[in-house]
Design a protein around this ligand. Structure first.
Ligand SMILES: Cc1cc2nc3c(=O)[nH]c(=O)nc-3n(C[C@H](O)[C@H](O)[C@H](O)COP(=O)(O)OP(=O)(O)OC[C@H]3O[C@@H](n4cnc5c(N)ncnc54)[C@H](O)[C@@H]3O)c2cc1C
Length: 554
């Protein structure tokens, strides 16, 4: 890894030299973009990544069936027309290997790899106040001094495995979907258990159902799954995508959710029952998230409208799954569509029609313990060869709180966020100068790279502002942080997600129940960024070392 790129941030300044101006942590789609933008802006840069490869989510989640729920071309980078033109996504919803290849291509095409150190998990990042810089230490022995740290550590990068008694006793193979091994797992002829039926669980089940000797799916709560409706991208569609690049960027860069799907203009009961049914059928056949974004405008907020859609999905499930008892268990009873992040599927319900696939309802028969040879529930013991933990992640704050971040006066981020994260724009938190975390808590809701990209663009503009005005530190004012955090908590009422969703951290025992997305969405982010620029960065405290510790420059 080289850390030098001819940047001149410290030149001609009295401040002590750092190893780099900008240290990025995390080589997912957010961190790679941040590395590129910071270097293009003339900063010296480096990136530390815990994994042995780049790609973040698309490096770690290499389980069979892992793929996008966002359309491939809407998820990829838009900053380079040449990149867009030369990369041909093969499917509307690419599978993990293609996305991992794409992100590696980007890293090489823009000559970023020489700034990246892999296998370098950051275990400590401490702000050195007199020097106005961060000392960052990795588990591999890396130590770097950086003027600014951008933690692009992801919201779904810390896998969660529930503390089930006996977990360590199991003698077979065990994998978490979010830490899937690089060498493919051989399921042939094996008795397999999949625990968890969230987005990852429902992807892996149909992907391995034909290979296994038996597959037992352990379900705590069913989700409202609807078809992904993936397809290859035809040559004609490839040509259309290229011809429509500018118009596509316009929509993706401005739309509320960062998707291309057009919004509908009718409420559910504007239509008579037969037309509503026909419309629901059209939605069922539509791609991915359009079932949320292009459905009836009142679907997520009108109880009756939502109930109609849920009834429609339940009928579909009963029509697909041959065993009525299994079908009923697969239909959610405890939440409405859109209260949790809905998974999208290809062949999930159909998998239960194979004699070798069975469902265990954990509400009926909770897991008692893991044994040496299998899983014991209240209903009995099943011996298995492989356990797949599809049990999700410590969402939002998991990675940041495990990075050993210490701000002013040694303030631990864990202490500052003991009651949940407080942020400004989902980018900075008070007491931690020169630390940014795009793509972290209070960030995305929708097509992630679009929101995270907005944040990276703003972080980069901010770094340039700080440098060009000769400041050494930038730190959000606590009042601005409180204002943004209040906005997030207040606007939760406008979100369809409820506390049943992992977006509140509900799946992690002991985690504060706080909304971890930006409930104000992209409009609030854009509005506030515009305000920051108009008011010459008034929500921030800026300082020069020569100010003798004066934290505000004006
Ligand atoms: C299976 C799956 C499917 C998904 N599908 C979609 C989708 O279709 N559409 C969508 O919009 N979103 C999807 N997501 C959400 C996805 O996480 C984001 O789209 C996106 O990948 C986030 O990118 P990121 O770079 O911010 O974070 P990540 O991709 O999570 O990258 C963060 C990186 O930081 C590294 N890191 C963390 N802590 C440290 C540390 N202390 N030291 C060093 N490195 C560290 C991690 O190893 C990781 O590589 C999906 C998530 C999963 C798990």
């Amino acid at each position: 890894m080289t850390t030098s790129h001819g940047g001149a941030a410290d030149q001609g300044s009295h401040r002590p030299a750092a190893d780099v101006d900008v240290l990025v942590v995390g080589a997912g789609i957010t961190g790679i973009y941040q590395l590129h933008r910071a270097r293009e802006a003339g900063f010296t840069v480096a990136l530390l990544e815990a994994g042995a490869g780049v790609g973040g989510t698309w490096y770690w989640n290499r389980y069979p069936g892992a793929r996008f729920d966002s359309e491939s071309y809407t998820y990829g980078y838009l900053f380079s027309r040449e990149l867009f033109d030369e990369w041909e996504w093969r499917e509307h919803f690419a599978a993990q290997p293609e996305t991992e290849r794409y992100l590696n291509h980007v890293v090489d095409r823009f000559d970023l790899r020489r700034h990246i150190r892999l296998g370098a998990r950051v275990t400590s990042a401490a702000f050195d106040e007199p020097a106005a810089m961060w000392t960052v230490v990795g588990a591999d022995g890396t130590e770097l001094r950086a003027r600014h740290v951008v933690a692009a550590t992801g919201v779904l990068s810390v896998p969660y495995v529930p503390d089930v008694p006996g977990r360590g006793d199991f003698r077979g193979e065990s994998y978490h979907t979010g830490r899937w091994p690089a060498t493919p797992v051989d399921f042939a002829g094996k008795r397999v258990a999949v625990i968890g039926t969230g987005s990852s669980g429902v992807q892996i089940v149909p992907a391995i159902a034909d290979d296994v000797a038996s597959l037992t799916v352990y379900q705590r709560t069913p989700n409202w799954c609807t078809p992904l409706n993936n397809a290859p991208i035809s040559p004609a569609e490839q040509a259309q995508l290229r011809a429509g690049f500018d118009a596509m960027c316009e929509v993706l860069n401005t739309s509320v959710h960062g998707f291309l799907h057009p919004a509908h203009d009718r409420t559910a009961f504007d239509d008579p029952a037969d037309e509503r049914r026909a419309f629901f059928e059209k939605m069922w056949q539509s791609p991915g998230f359009s079932k949320l974004t292009s459905n009836y405008t009142d679907l997520l907020f009108d109880h009756d409208a939502n109930a109609e859609w849920c009834r429609f999905i339940a009928e579909k499930v009963r029509g697909i799954v041959e065993d009525p008892d299994t079908a009923e268990k697969l239909i959610p009873k405890d939440h409405r569509f859109g209260e949790k992040r809905p998974p999208f599927v290809a062949g999930y319900y159909e998998a239960f029609n194979r004699p070798r696939v069975s469902l265990v309802d954990l509400q009926e028969s909770p897991i008692v313990r893991i044994t040496e040879r299998g899983i014991e529930t209240a209903g009995g013991v099943r011996d298995v060869d492989v356990i797949v933990w599809a049990t999700g992640f410590d969402f939002g704050t998991g990675a940041l709180l495990r990075m050993g971040i210490r701000g002013r006066d040694g303030l631990a981020l864990e202490a500052h966020w003991a009651d949940g994260p407080t942020t400004f724009l989902g980018i900075q938190t008070a007491g931690f100068p020169n630390l940014f975390f795009p793509g972290g808590p209070h960030a995305a809701a929708g097509n992630n790279p679009r929101y995270n990209g907005d944040q990276v663009d703003f972080v980069t503009d901010t770094l340039v502002y700080v440098r060009d005005h000769g400041y050494d530190t930038i730190e959000v004012d606590p009042a601005a942080e409180a204002r943004w955090t209040d906005m997030v908590n207040r606007n939760v009422a406008l979100s369809s997600f409820t506390e049943r969703s992992y977006y509140y951290g509900t799946n992690i025992p002991g985690k504060p129940r706080r909304y971890l997305l930006n409930s104000g969405g992209r409009p609030k982010l854009f509005k506030e960024i515009a305000r920051v620029v108009e008011t010459d960065y008034s929500p921030f405290r800026l300082a020069r070392s020569s100010d003798g510790g004066d934290r505000r420059h004006r």
